[in-house]
Design a protein around this ligand. Structure first.
Ligand code: KIV
Ligand code: NA
Length: 272
């Protein structure tokens, strides 16, 4: 698709129905992102999601998503502590998570891990550079990356190193558009952008952001600047729940139409 200049479309999913919806919408790639921590589990950063939790959600998505390439995020700390630990955790994602490939966040320092995954284990690895949510601590928050010449040079160096290590694609998160284009041009593997402009080989968005799920009036987390809301699912869910509650309180639900189980007169008399 990269070579044919057909944009690759990727979306995240965290549950069986979300995996099903993504597949029905003909997505090319479905990612069980560690953004699970924030959009589904309510944590402040992605650092809090465990491998066990990722496995649980990956399996659910896999039951719904049968056609798209299914990629699972390696969570914070699962690939950084040592090579054997990383290989063990990647093995679990494939075997117990039912994903077809993994994504590992990090720059060229992660090259030995990616090389071992691809060459020793035979597992396809997607890289992830630019804004790296797992590194918010050292980076001092969620900030775009590559906005000065030093960072831009580092990003290109990381991209080339990860390609060399055997990554089959790279996510570029919150990278300035012209830098994302320069990196895409320098590589022979596809780039999947998020908040990085239209010049990458593909795009990825978080399910909840694009569907407008997190628009609850009391919810502090807002839709990111770069994310277009393609639906207002949150507003629709809110409307449904409020209507349901109101119908119950007024005894308008369940009406006769929704009361299917009856005891006929004869049986009722026998019952006494
Ligand atoms: O966890 C996630 O959702 C991601 C995508 C934004 C690429 O890593
Ligand atoms: Na992620």
């Amino acid at each position: 698709m990269r070579d044919d200049q057909v944009p690759i479309c990727m979306v995240t999913a965290y549950s069986y129905p979300q995996g099903l919806h993504a597949d029905l919408a003909d997505m090319d790639i479905v990612l069980v992102g560690d953004s699970l921590a924030m959009v589904e589990l309510g944590h402040e950063t992605t650092q809090y999601v465990t491998l066990e939790e990722m496995l649980h959600h990956c399996r659910a998505v896999a039951r719904g998503c049968r056609r798209a390439l299914l990629v699972g995020d390696m969570p914070f700390g699962s690939c950084e502590i040592g090579l054997s630990e990383a290989l063990r955790n990647v093995t679990r994602m494939i075997r117990e998570g039912s994903v077809q490939a993994v994504k590992i966040e990090g720059g060229k320092r992660l090259s030995p891990v990616i090389d071992a995954c691809v060459q020793s284990l035979g597992v396809a690895v997607m890289g992830h550079i630019g804004l790296r949510p797992q590194s918010v601590s050292a980076r001092g928050g969620f900030r775009p990356y590559g906005t000065n010449a030093v960072e831009a040079a580092q990003l290109l160096e990381d991209a080339l190193a990860l390609q060399e290590a055997g990554a089959f694609a790279l996510v570029l998160e919150c990278v300035p558009e012209r830098l994302a284009i320069a990196v895409t041009t320098a590589l022979r593997i596809p780039t999947i952008g998020i908040g990085s402009g239209v010049g990458t080989s593909g795009q990825v968005l978080v399910y909840h952001d694009l569907c407008g799920m997190m628009t609850h009036p009391h919810h502090a987390k807002v839709t990111p600047k770069f994310c277009r809301r393609f639906a207002e699912a949150g507003a629709e869910i809110h409307r449904g729940l409020v209507d349901y509650r109101s119908a119950v309180k007024q005894r308008l639900f369940p009406s006769a139409a929704y009361t299917p189980y009856q005891l006929d007169d004869r049986e009722w008399e026998r019952f006494g």
